[in-house]
Design a protein around this ligand. Structure first.
Ligand code: FE2
Length: 185
């Protein structure tokens, strides 16, 4: 018992020292996983040709997630900190998903997970007194992520409230997305 406590106390600094690195790597992983997932959705929708507005929406979202991952990497690059990269695995369920409502549900879930992990990074950085990282996460990453979670949450609630006519609603939203996309320069 006594030896166990001693060993926990001995390893504690190592555990906490690595915590920020682990959650930061996790964040990069989640951003690129979201990017690949949205790319999969976009490709499937574009191929089937029914929801072209949503296809473009997911292509754009995939780009955004990639940019987020890149921002996190750049922040570490200029500080000479190294990260480890692991496989980004898309599950078979996601790879073969063809139902648009399920895609939106998956996207909403992913955005929330990305947000939750950002909070973990923020907390770990604070514990390490790494204030530049605290500032970066708060100012650059969190604000945008909050908006993304809100958008996906509202979209999903709209669909769930109209579950009896979800196909008509999805087609209407798709039309709206196309109009907005056409207006963009
Ligand atoms: Fe993101």
């Amino acid at each position: 018992m006594f030896i166990n406590i001693i060993s926990i106390l001995f390893f504690l600094p190592f555990i906490f020292g690595n915590n920020l690195k682990n959650v930061y790597e996790n964040q990069v992983q989640k951003e690129f996983l979201a990017s690949n997932t949205y790319l999969t959705f976009a490709h499937r929708l574009a191929t089937r040709g029914i929801y072209q507005g949503f296809a473009k929406f997911f292509f754009d979202s995939a780009e955004e997630e990639r940019d987020h991952g890149k921002k996190l990497l750049d922040f570490y690059n200029v500080r000479n900190r190294e990260l480890l990269f692991y496989d980004i695995k898309i599950t078979d369920e996601i790879a073969s998903m063809h139902n648009l409502t399920k895609m939106i549900q998956t996207a909403e879930q992913m955005e929330r997970q990305v947000y939750d992990n950002l909070i973990e990074v923020r907390l770990a950085a604070d514990t390490d007194k790494d204030y530049p990282t605290v500032h970066f996460i708060e100012q650059v990453m969190l604000e945008e992520q909050t908006t993304a979670v809100k958008y996906m949450h509202d979209l999903l609630k709209r669909i769930e409230r109209n579950s009896d006519n979800s196909t008509i609603l999805l087609q209407m939203i798709d039309q709206d997305l196309r109009k907005k996309q056409l207006k963009k320069p």
